[in-house]
Design a protein around this ligand. Structure first.
Ligand code: LCS
Length: 394
């Protein structure tokens, strides 16, 4: 049997094919909206899906640039196939529309990115889909929430912004036994640190806007899973049209080539920053899966090979102290999004999760004083120095 390439080698080489016409070393951007058929028979065969190949840029497999990115990501996640999207939200929407219809039931992690929460709580119920938000950190809650109509269990782990985890293998098993699809939003961990498909999930998705692109200069989404699901989803992709731009696809291919190096540095820096914050008298608590104080540190060690670059913490003095901290940082950028090369600081209660009702935020631990940090790949000493001066200025 052929030896499987290591993850770092896959980041660099997977799906890359030298251009057979001109020999271009990198994957070209196929800046075209349509593809020429050799004859009418071929055009008809491609539309009928009797023959594989490109048709029109909105319709999967979109273009060869998109196809290389989808295949590269699928290989990194350990999936059979992939599909790219205009954003992480477009990916989540297409998965939901492919899987759920009127009368179906969705179980979702309760701590989840704000717009995913709004999509599930405001848009899907309008289509007749019943949604239960569940604390998936306890599998008993998932078992209790399952109904005959449950068609999908949607997990986000580590969760945005509280960094709470859920046991992917256990929950994927429960979903499978009950005929429901298990989908994991793997944006925070990336396939470098966590591979949900290998743990039994059906689909793993990422917002490429974050670590996959890696440089805070694009919007994109991507999904990996089996071929059958991708074929079914291709209809929804073609009909709804939320596809990734060509330049973005090219940037994501480039981003993935350094994913392993960037993620190691993000995680190394995040651990140092988490330990620094935990040692400070101004800080009430710190939540980072790599800290032994994280309530699910053992689970993190079991299902992740590293702890990524995201952490949250609360400064003593609540919302006001947090606001002063954010106003006083000089090196860190006060911005939403995450997974950039620079360190980003933001306030979920007023920013990314402002759309989540206060009562829900309180129940799921998004306190008003919670500050979220996306630790960048700068020198950790400089990040820590900046946070130190900002904490002292509170
Ligand atoms: N999933 C997670 C876990 C996210 O954090 C985000 C965006 C998305 C999906 C959606 O991806 P997008 O459509 O933006 O590509 N998270 C953001 C955040 O925490 N700040 O700004 C956006």
């Amino acid at each position: 049997m052929e030896r499987e390439l290591k993850f770092a080698t896959k980041c660099v080489h997977a799906a890359e094919k030298p251009d057979p016409v001109f020999g271009a070393h990198t994957t070209p951007i196929f800046q075209t909206s349509t593809f020429i058929f050799e004859n009418a028979r071929q055009g008809a065969a491609r539309f009928a899906k009797e023959e594989s190949g490109y048709v029109y840029t909105r319709i999967p497999p979109n273009t060869p640039t998109h196809a290389v990115l989808a295949e590269k990501f699928a290989e990194l996640e350990g999936g059979e196939a992939g599909q790219t999207f205009a954003s992480g939200m477009a990916a989540i929407t297409a998965i939901a529309l492919t899987t759920l219809k009127q009368g179906d039931h969705l179980i979702s992690t309760d701590v989840i990115y704000g717009c995913t929460f709004s999509l599930f709580s405001e848009v899907l119920p309008g289509l007749g889909i019943d949604v239960s938000f569940v604390d998936t950190s306890d599998i008993e809650n998932v078992k209790r929430a399952i109904k005959p109509e449950t068609k999908m269990v949607f997990l986000e782990t580590p969760a945005n912004p509280t960094l709470i985890l859920c046991d992917i293998a256990e929950i994927a098993g429960i979903a499978r036994e009950n005929g429901a699809l298990c989908v994991v939003d793997n944006t925070f961990a990336t396939p470098y640190f966590q591979r949900p498909l290998e743990l039994g999930a059906d689909l793993s998705l990422s917002s490429c806007t974050k670590y996959i692109g890696g440089h805070a200069d694009l919007l994109g989404g991507i999904v990996a899973g089996n071929k059958d699901f991708m074929n079914r989803m291709s209809l929804v992709v073609g009909y709804t049209g939320g596809i990734m731009g060509l330049h973005e696809a090219w940037l994501c291919i480039r981003g993935l080539k350094t994913l392993h190096i960037r993620m190691d540095r993000h995680a190394e820096n995040a651990m140092k920053v988490a330990e620094f914050l935990e040692s400070r008298p101004e800080v009430e608590w710190v939540r980072y899966p790599g800290l032994t104080s994280h309530p699910q540190h053992e689970l993190a060690r079991k299902q992740m090979s590293g702890f990524s670059g995201m952490l949250s913490f609360e400064v003593k003095g609540g919302i006001e102290a947090g606001r002063r901290l954010m106003d006083n940082v000089k090196l860190c950028s006060l911005a939403v999004s995450l997974g950039a090369t620079d360190t980003l600081i933001q306030h979920p209660a007023l920013m990314t999760h402002a759309c989540v009702p206060l009562a829900v935020r309180k129940r799921i631990g998004i306190t008003d004083g919670l500050v979220r940090l996306s630790v960048g790949i700068e020198d950790s000493e400089d990040i820590i120095e900046d946070l130190k001066q900002a904490l002292e200025a509170i």
